[in-house]
Design a protein around this ligand. Structure first.
Ligand SMILES: *Cc1c(COP(=O)(O)O)cnc(C)c1O
Length: 402
């Protein structure tokens, strides 16, 4: 289609293994395999693990891989070097940064969250405050009340950049500024925005951030996550999962914990090298690309999707449920339909993979690296066919995949 011909990022699609006949609109849950990652994994398995065995920690510098991969993520976040580490999962990293933030916050004892946050983020805040006791607690408010809720009791605001359900994008700059003004630290979850939404963590004064490696960063299933700790906090911020690899000198095997001076203190135990090698290679796809260019394409795709769907599926009962204004939208489009799960299943049977969040949300991730306008056109075509036939009434709602 003509718009694909004029797309400066169109060639990137060739870097990915996209199964034939499939339109993959779920890269916000699990990014696809790239040829580079497949090759790297085979090589790391055969040559590094296979031949080098334990020596590879030195000879292939496995030990430094969490930091090297972190440095590849930093530019996507507007972060200077030395502040991003790849480690553990997003949930675990959130636990670490919230605990570190509480440790920096004096008498303030409240973790403030947005009530619609991703459940794991809420559970982590809950679990941490329960563990600490002594008046530590979590509070939740609706998004529009966040700024008013930044009281002198709040230690840290824990918030997602993009609402995973409706795709709404928070104004990171304004919310961070409001938090700072109120003496509140802020921990952003960038799981749905890293790599697709431009941001300036350093210049906006963000304190902490975490995010997934397996969504738009395409690091593979269960890829390790990342953690950002602003340089100004690194010497004082202490995280409680004081494992040996966060030690200043892990191979001294000292009996006493002494945290590494930099962001490395947010490491805990041995990294999953195979997953980390996959993520590290996937991040090379960002080399030479600007997040602004990816954002422009993502918005062009989502606006195209929303316009087509309004015109062709609106009369069939599909309603947009994500922000229509581009500056308020993440990299996904969201719709409401009374039989969302059945429609989503019918789409999958036709090779269009999106996902559904019960009871009535249909969600389509628009990854600008490998999707084109023709994919959007074909996906909407399938939606029209399903909604005009009785397909969705007969679909078996059996998928429990997250
Ligand atoms: C995907 C996602 C997570 C997932 O966390 P894991 O620890 O990797 O399971 C956490 N938070 C948000 C906001 C997410 O979108």
């Amino acid at each position: 289609m003509a718009r694909d011909a004029g797309d400066p990022l169109a060639e990137l699609r060739q870097e990915f293994h996209l199964p034939k006949g499939l339109i993959y609109l779920d890269g916000n849950s699990l990014g696809p395999l790239s040829h580079g990652v497949r090759e790297t994994l085979s090589r790391v398995i055969a040559e590094e693990w296979g031949e080098e065995l334990i020596r590879a920690w030195d000879s292939r510098d496995w030990i430094d891989l969490p930091r090297r991969a972190g440095e590849k993520i930093a530019p996507l976040l507007g972060a200077a070097p030395g502040q991003v580490l790849v480690a553990d999962s997003t949930s675990v990293n959130l636990f670490k940064v919230l605990a570190a933030a509480l440790g920096l916050a004096g008498d303030r004892r409240v973790i403030l969250s947005e009530e619609r946050s991703f459940p794991s983020d809420l559970y982590i805040a809950q679990g941490l405050s329960r563990l600490l006791g002594r008046g530590y607690r979590e509070e939740r408010v609706p998004a529009p009340r966040l700024v008013d809720a930044l009281s002198s009791e709040v230690a840290v605001l824990s918030i997602s950049h993009v609402d995973y359900r409706n795709g709404a994008l928070h104004d990171m700059r304004a919310l961070t500024a409001a938090a700072r003004k109120a003496g509140v630290l802020v921990a952003w979850d960038l799981s749905h925005s890293a790599g697709v939404v431009p941001m300036e963590l350093d210049s906006w004064g963000v304190d902490f951030a975490v995010g997934c490696g397996y969504k738009f960063l395409n690091g593979g299933p269960g890829a390790p996550a990342f953690v950002y700790v602003a340089e100004r906090h690194q010497r004082r911020a202490r995280q409680p999962l004081a494992g040996w690899l966060g030690h200043a000198d892990p191979f001294a095997f000292s009996s006493d914990y002494r945290p590494a001076p930099g962001v490395e203190r947010f490491a805990c135990g041995t990294p999953a090298i195979l997953s980390l090698a996959a993520l590290d290679r996937a991040l090379d796809l960002y080399r030479g690309l600007s997040v602004e260019a990816l954002r422009n394409k993502s918005l062009a795709l989502s606006t195209f999707f929303l316009e087509l769907a309004a015109e062709r599926c609106g009369p069939l009962g599909l309603r947009a449920a994500c922000p229509l204004g581009e500056s308020r939208r993440g990299s996904q489009v969201v719709f409401r339909h009374q039989a969302a799960r059945a429609v989503s299943e019918a789409l999958r049977r036709r090779g269009v993979i999106g996902d559904c969040r019960p009871p009535d949300i249909l969600r389509f991730g628009l990854a600008p690296m490998y999707l084109g306008f023709a994919d959007v056109w074909d996906a909407v075509d399938s939606l029209v066919e399903i909604l005009t036939s009785s397909d969705w009434r007969s679909a078996q709602p059996d998928s429990r995949v997250p």
